[in-house]
Design a protein. Sequence first.
Length: 215
Amino acid sequence: MKMNSSVRPPRPIRPIRPIRPVAAVAALAALVASPVGLARPAHAELGRTGTTALEAELDLDMSAIRTTDPDGDRTSTDRVAIAASASRFVGARVSVSLTAGFARQATDDDPAMTQWRASAGAGYHLRLAPRLGLWPRFALGYARTGIDTGTPSRLDQLGLSAYVPFVFEPAPHVLIGWGPVIGAEVYARYTRGQLAEDASKSRLLGVAATLGGWF
């Protein structure tokens, strides 16, 4: 059943903010170019069949925003977000991944929103240097956002994404990933009570970073 025109789905939780670690990129370049960075690690290489990598997105966002309008009205927004992924190399340099995330956002003037998301994907790790690789990954993800409107409400989204990070290994079994990420929603549906309608679809283009380890 379509919703009447007076019911509008709220704006979804804002997308992940792009991360611009300029200093980290410069340090990475210096380490890769140095004799230490080019030394072949003694441990087994990331990407061998049977290895597993665990990563956390560097969007560990715990923020409180206070806004004052010209007329003196104040609005506060509180947000927390976290996501982690696990990847298993099922063949030489071929990986499969699972990712799960949680976000909570509350604003004075808008309903509070709680989001759970999960995705599954596959990738290929290309070794560029003893401590440096390129690990593109493609995923299909689903997110459900519960909205505190007083009536049971939710936003369901389905999307495709690609993350193409350079992966640096600063120490045995430690990895840092940084690279572009793109995404596009292919399905979005807003439901409030017994009423439902299509919601706006969004696209994402930015830069993301991950930190993790592997064994």
